[in-house]
Design a protein around this ligand. Structure first.
Ligand SMILES: Cc1ncc(COP(=O)(O)O)c(C=O)c1O
Length: 336
């Protein structure tokens, strides 16, 4: 199980969780207090009203959508609703895929990204799939922890290959909201997993959804526990989707601070790929770097538990300018 849910330590800035630095939208506390009145009864079993709002917002038919208690619930649900079979995970990536498919009895294979750019070489992946056919390919876009994305042409090529070879493509788009690439429409045969917990800073409330073929959503519903999305999460969803102001402000802060941090890392000589999401990935050879930063009040995510990585790889999230300036200053001192 992924033990990295962040830390709560007085005087320490948590750079290890990839959550929107603005915190949840300002109206949310009031809204949640109002929803307490409704919490003494069961919410709609499959979050039907909230799903309708989502369907209208992203303009996809209701039957292609399934809401869950965060993306994680839906990942595990998906893994046990179909198969088992052979799944290929493009690594290094979010640890929970390996666990979700492993416990559901799948044969899990790994395909590594190139270490120079940390992007996926789709030609190489297709060569591999031709030799070792798979039932399912898992790709995280943008990828955790590398913050890289596959270009749209390569994705199209992969999609076409998968369709022609009866391989299902599972795209985890949980961090796509942090980029300025709009949310893609449904493509037949593709499963898209999206989290709302990160962008709206509601990791404790939890919301996520799957966009997939109707038949697959139907299969997942057969395996799903009832009422997994609570009254509060269902209640706030329509307003979250409509909050354009929060969305714009978040993207503006994240764009600016991501560029600021990336430049700072480069000036410190810490190599890493151009980040696309709300977090940055880099390598630091300095012995004791993580501990020294922690002592100075900054908790970074070291990546030794990611497949094929070690404790010299780090991920840090984008926070506010004040925090980020202090972080870079502390890094400078530790690396001196
Ligand atoms: C790539 C990726 N997908 C999904 C999740 C889970 O999201 P949620 O909190 O909505 O369950 C995470 C959490 O870190 C993640 O990194």
């Amino acid at each position: 199980m992924n033990r990295h849910g962040g830390i709560r330590e007085t005087g320490v800035l948590d750079y290890s969780v990839n959550i929107n630095p603005l915190g949840m939208p300002g109206w949310m506390k009031e809204e949640i207090l109002q929803l307490v009145e409704e919490a003494n009864t069961y919410p709609p079993i499959l979050a039907e009203i909230a799903t309708q709002a989502l369907s209208e917002h992203i303009q996809e038919p209701l039957k292609r959508l399934l809401l869950g208690n965060g993306a994680t619930e839906l990942l595990y649900l998906f893994a046990r609703s179909i198969g088992p079979g052979r799944v290929l995970i493009v690594e290094p990536t979010f640890n929970e895929y390996r666990r979700a498919f492993g416990v559901a009895g799948w044969e899990v294979y790994a395909f590594l990204r190139g270490r120079d750019t940390w992007t996926l070489d789709v030609e190489e992946l297709i060569d591999y799939l031709e030799k070792v056919p798979m039932d399912l390919v898992i790709l995280c876009e943008p990828n955790n922890p590398t913050s890289t994305m596959t270009d749209s042409h390569s994705l199209e090529v992969l999609l076409t290959f998968c369709k022609e070879h009866d391989t299902q493509l599972f795209l985890d788009e949980s961090f796509l909201d942090f980029t300025r690439q709009g949310l893609p429409a449904h493509s037949p045969g593709v499963v898209r997993l999206r989290s709302m917990t990160k962008f709206y800073s509601i990791a404790g409330l939890r919301l996520g959804y799957v966009l997939a073929d109707e038949e697959l959503v139907h299969k997942m519903i057969r395996f799903k526990e009832p009422w997994s999305v609570n009254t509060f999460a269902q209640g706030i969803l329509p307003r979250l989707l409509d909050d354009e102001q929060y969305r714009r402000k978040s993207l503006a802060v994240i764009d600016e601070q991501r560029a600021f941090l990336y430049q700072g890392l480069q000036e410190l000589g810490l190599p890493g790929p151009q980040p696309r999401s709300n977090f940055l990935f880099f390598r630091c050879e300095k012995e004791g770097f993580h501990q020294e930063m922690h002592k100075r009040g900054f908790y970074l995510r070291s990546c030794e538990d990611f497949y094929s990585l070690d404790d010299k790889y780090f991920r840090l999230c984008v926070r506010t300018e004040k925090d980020n300036r202090a972080l870079l200053q502390a890094m400078k001192e530790v690396l001196r």
